[in-house]
Design a protein around this ligand. Structure first.
Ligand SMILES: Cc1cc2nc3c(=O)[nH]c(=O)nc-3n(C[C@H](O)[C@H](O)[C@H](O)COP(=O)(O)OP(=O)(O)OC[C@H]3O[C@@H](n4cnc5c(N)ncnc54)[C@H](O)[C@@H]3O)c2cc1C
Length: 284
């Protein structure tokens, strides 16, 4: 029997009381959709380490929904990473997304090595795997990693290596074309990989934010899609409705292709994700 598609949501740790209220409002709206897991990001340069731990464990405690805590190598020594993994474990977190993270100047800026630290996410996968007790996810890039200079095979090699070191799932950067996800999955499977590639979906609600995020994450925005957003960019309600329509269409295509999971970048808001769920007729 085919495995059922997983649905999951990503949140970022709030900065202040207002952000925290917004996060819990979104969480209440989305909890009712019974996601398979919730993930919580880790701020650039480790800036949200304690908040990531606190909010991830609080979500687990309050909602009983399994959580995935993100972790990056930026600015931390191996010893510090071991300590952070220990804190995650103490907080009852049993799943992590092991990432390299980006240098301060963005994903294409030169990487600066932390003495005693790691230069690539595969080393963090290996460490978490050696320490044991975590299910380990990694990042995947249907449009190619921004620092890979268009060398898609290099990204495939990296994923295969991470799988061999203990990664058990990958979540993608957001993307707009189902063929990009298909190509990634096909290339991996041709190399013998069985890593489930969960599709990261961004329900676009703001055109400026879309441009910034796609530049940072290396996501190609097809002209046809960008034109549609630009035509309504000053009408926030129309942008949100279009974002929901485009994300729904992509999810339907992915489901037809047998995607193992759909992961929504919620931006700590529930409305767009709820609407996409409704359009897809997901019931659980
Ligand atoms: C789903 C998802 C969630 C994310 N969450 C966060 C977050 O919470 N916080 C955050 O700061 N960032 C986050 N990011 C961004 C991520 O940290 C960046 O995209 C970062 O640039 C790459 O991370 P990586 O884990 O793919 O790194 P790596 O696997 O280290 O890859 C980085 C580059 O190095 C190359 N490479 C990899 N391994 C090797 C090797 N052994 N030898 C030589 N070259 C190699 C790769 O091809 C790639 O070009 C997320 C990204 C995704 C897709």
């Amino acid at each position: 029997m085919a495995k059922r598609t997983s649905y999951s949501f990503e949140f970022f740790p709030p900065k202040d009381a207002e952000g925290e209220a917004r996060l819990w409002a979104a969480m209440t709206g989305l909890e009712a959709l019974h996601p398979d897991f919730i993930s919580v990001t880790y701020g650039a340069g480790g800036s949200t380490r304690d908040r990531t731990i606190a909010i991830t464990s609080h979500i687990t405690e309050r909602t009983k929904i399994p959580t995935v805590a993100h972790l990056t190598c930026v600015g931390s020594t191996k010893t510090e990473l071991i300590e952070i993994l220990g804190k995650y474990r103490e907080a009852g977190i049993t799943s992590i997304l092991a990432l390299r993270g980006d240098p301060v100047g963005g994903p294409s800026a030169p990487w600066s090595t932390t003495p005693g630290g790691f230069d690539h996410a595969d080393q963090l996968v290996e460490l978490a795997s050696e320490l044991g007790g975590f299910s380990i996810g990694v990042a995947a890039f249907p449009d190619g990693h921004p620092a890979s200079g268009g060398d898609f095979e290099k990204d495939i090699d990296v994923l295969i290596k991470k799988e061999s070191l203990g990664a058990t799932f990958a979540t993608t950067q957001f993307f707009f074309e189902v063929d990009r996800w298909r190509k990634l999955v096909d290339r991996l499977s041709a190399r013998g990989s069985t890593l489930p590639i969960i599709a990261g979906i961004l329900p676009v609600t703001n055109v400026k934010q879309l441009s910034r995020m796609s530049e940072l994450g290396g996501t190609a925005i097809p002209d046809s899609i960008m034109k549609r957003f630009l035509a309504v960019e000053d009408d926030s309600e129309a942008v949100r409705a279009l974002g929901v329509e485009i994300a729904t269409d992509l999810c339907q295509k992915l489901l037809a292709e047998g995607v193992p999971g759909i992961h929504f970048y919620t931006m700590n808001s529930s409305t767009a994700t709820r609407e996409i769920y409704e359009n897809l007729g997901v019931s659980r």
